[in-house]
Design a protein around this ligand. Sequence first.
Ligand code: DX5
Ligand code: ZN
Length: 216
Amino acid sequence: MTKVSASILDCDFLHLEKEIRAVIAAGIDSLHLDIMDGQFVPNLSFGVPIAKSLRKIVTVPVYAHLMVIKPENIIEKFIPHADFIIFHVEAAEDPERCISIIKTSEREAGMSLNPDTPIEMIKPYLQTIDNVLVMSVYPGFGGQQFIPTALERIRLLSELRKETGGSFTISVDGGVSPANCHSIVKAGADILIAGSAIFKSPDYAQTIRQLRCLTS
Ligand code: DX5
Ligand code: ZN
């Protein structure tokens, strides 16, 4: 069954604990933390102190999505506070080293690609990573429109997984909503990451059910 991950970028930060508890009670499968450095992406978000605090109350797996230049410098700081560490292939100086730091620390490793980054860039790592995160918006901000060419990229990755015998999951991040989730899942995505679609909706549980494609 399709899994749904909540990106907290668009939640009510004044009531962060309440928001996290609400979205967990509403049935999310994991929590997605968008870490931005103002350089790899034109925005800043939050960092280790927030991830550390959240870890105390979160009962689902935590994904740290590092949108930072030279992730190899910061990965270790997130190890205690996340189950999956996702870094951008465009931002890493040494992707193999990033994977090795994550795996040695017994965490799951994921790689992400921006919408116009060739899939070929992550091909060499597909046998060793646990997750590929397909960006369906240019990273940096919540609430953007889904870029439809992401669908073809998901299909391609899904085929590559069959061909290479890789066991990575495919997640999709940016502009995911109940209106487009069916086509995203049909293309081969396993995990739908949604921020504004959940946090701007009046009923988190209903939106999460819709994103699972249980109802249309
Ligand atoms: C974009 C982030 C996403 C995004 C999700 O830089 O990686 O996680 O904020 O938010 P929505 O679902 O609103 O596009
Ligand atoms: Zn993200």
